[in-house]
Ligand binder design. Structure first.
Ligand code: MSP
Length: 507
């Protein structure tokens, strides 16, 4: 029986257009989804757009268009951006869809009936960019600590979610489930935050209309975060398809940037507890992708559209760079120069050269057929180590570690070629020895290709054909296909143009 595996990205605000920061989370989720599919899992990979709230309403007003028109246009920009990065999501959830309104209504009603939503009065500070309330002591010089801009003073009569009642239950939960928030440093941050004490928060608005009305009081719409988080349930059938929901819920992993960890690790689990729904198995918060040491934002005008880089480095070049260059946890700084360097060293040289050399030599010296793989070839242990290590890393969402392990295998194969000099063996007429070396290198290349396939799917698919297979890497079943010796003797080999042509370093 295929195991269900449910993975989500945040749903992105349509006040903004997609930049490489959004792409970073989405590509990582896509790589994990592809990796699980290769293991035969029944994967549900969901991304989408967050379309309600004051921020979106204002963005539409500023452009003089109706909110629905604005969200339709921008949601489309996200779909296009993801198509341009070969993102294989299974569903794209938009919070303005009817299925979501139904899910939110059902969810809210349950929490309300359970007694954890009550009418109350709120006075305090609100940051529209965060769509979040702040206490005075959290502000920095009176400004939002995340966006460094003025906050609004609001006085409202609203419905409140009784988050304070969940303090101890959340602590107990995280105590009992140490893997529930990763990495460890983020878990500690969450525990620290909860221990400071949780305050009830206002979960409805009367000041705006752009939102989901509360089922018991339609003068109010749901607070955008309350609405948005529920989308994780909507996308797998909550409120519309109970079988689907039972199959995929709880989510295996919610991926996100550290900026929205609190919403996911404090609000969301408490909301789920209040609604009597199981909690997600894991919340993983990665670091920010900085540009010139700063977070990308409209105000600093340092946003980079994914398409700009894809045009230059290709889809695979883009995907590879962001996952390999920065560890999936801490912040990392993007620079064009290091992207060129990494592309040349890892993709053009290491991977590209290995593929070209081995395929060229095997075509010339072995009549373009796989000569067979030795049962105990000298690359076998390197291949086994790469497979084990890359798999371990992938299971821990350590994408750069997994790629590192994979590239180690390519290093080993390149070094083996240098040391055994098959061109000399061929010249000396030692056809068996030459074939033995090349057979093993082709097999190492096959295994490296499978391990790299979720990250560089296009190059992997092309290489798979060149190795003489009629299917694709995605059709292979892991871990079995990672066993040494899987490349059939006699497979017809195909030479081809370099998969990653070298880049000149721009001035
Ligand atoms: N709409 C909310 C999320 C609701 S989820 C129920 C939101 N949207 S957002 O458009 O601001 O996107 C936030 C996510 O985009 C971050 O959590 C992160 O995953 C990603 N990133 C946005 N900028 C980023 C960087 N500069 N670096 C890395 N990731 C970034 O918050």
């Amino acid at each position: 029986m295929a195991q269900p595996f449910y993975i989500t990205t945040p749903i992105y605000y349509v006040s903004d257009v997609p930049h490489i920061g959004h792409a970073y989370t989405t590509v990582a989720a896509d790589v994990l989804a592809r990796w699980r599919r290769m293991h035969g899992d029944d994967v549900k990979f969901v991304t989408g757009t967050d379309e309600h709230g004051l921020k979106i309403q204002r963005a539409a007003e500023q452009r003089g268009v109706a909110p629905q028109e604005w969200v339709d246009q921008t949601a489309q920009r996200y779909r296009e951006a993801w198509a341009g990065l070969d993102i294989t999501f299974d569903d794209f959830i938009r919070t303005t869809e009817p299925r979501h309104a139904a899910a939110v209504a059902e969810f809210l009603q349950r929490v309300y009936d359970g007694g954890d939503i009550e009418l109350d009065r709120y006075e305090g500070q609100y940051c529209v960019a965060c769509e979040a309330y702040y206490n005075d002591d959290e502000l920095i010089d009176g400004n939002c600590p995340i966006h460094n801009r003025a906050v609004d003073h609001v006085v409202e009569e609203n419905y409140f979610f009784r988050l304070s009642r969940y303090e101890q239950r959340l602590l107990d939960y995280y105590e009992a489930n140490p893997q529930a928030v990763r990495p460890e440093s983020r878990r500690n941050e969450v525990l620290g935050f909860i221990r400071q004490g949780l305050r009830d928060f206002s979960m409805s608005r009367t000041s705006i209309t752009w939102g989901v009305p509360l089922p018991w009081d339609d003068r109010h719409v749901a607070y955008v975060w309350f609405d948005a988080l529920i989308s994780y349930c909507t996308a797998v059938g909550f409120g519309s398809d109970q079988n689907e929901f039972d199959k995929f819920w709880p989510a295996n992993v919610h991926l996100m940037g550290k900026d929205i960890l609190r919403f996911h690790a404090v609000f969301w689990p408490a909301m789920l507890m209040a609604a009597g729904i199981e909690l997600p198995q894991q919340i993983f918060a990665h670091g920010w992708l900085l540009v010139g040491g700063e977070k990308m934002s409209k105000t600093t005008a340092n946003q980079i559209a994914p398409a700009t880089l894809v045009e230059e480095f290709g889809v695979d070049g883009f995907r590879y760079h962001f996952l390999a260059d920065q560890r999936f946890g801490p912040d990392g700084d993007f620079s064009y120069e290091s992207m060129v360097l990494r592309y040349n060293s890892d993709l053009a040289n290491n991977f590209g050269n290995l593929a070209n050399r081995v395929l060229n030599m095997a075509t010339n010296y072995c009549d373009a057929a796989v000569p067979g793989v030795r049962a105990d070839g000298p690359l076998q242990s390197a291949a086994a180590t790469a497979a084990t290590e890359a798999s371990r890393c992938m299971d821990n969402l350590d994408f750069s570690g997994a790629l590192n392990a994979t590239w180690e295998l390519m290093n080993a194969a390149n070094a083996y070629i240098e040391a055994s000099e098959p061109w000399k063996l061929n010249k000396a007429g030692d056809a068996n020895a030459c074939a033995a070396v090349l057979g093993d290198c082709l097999e190492a290349l096959r295994i490296a290709t499978l391990l790299a396939a979720p990250t560089i799917p296009n190059a992997a698919r092309e290489l798979w054909v060149r190795l003489g297979f009629a299917d694709t890497p995605a059709d292979q079943r892991l871990p079995e296909a990672l066993q040494w010796g899987g490349l059939p003797a006699g497979n017809r080999l195909v030479k081809g143009a370099p998969l990653f042509p070298r880049k000149e370093v721009a001035e």
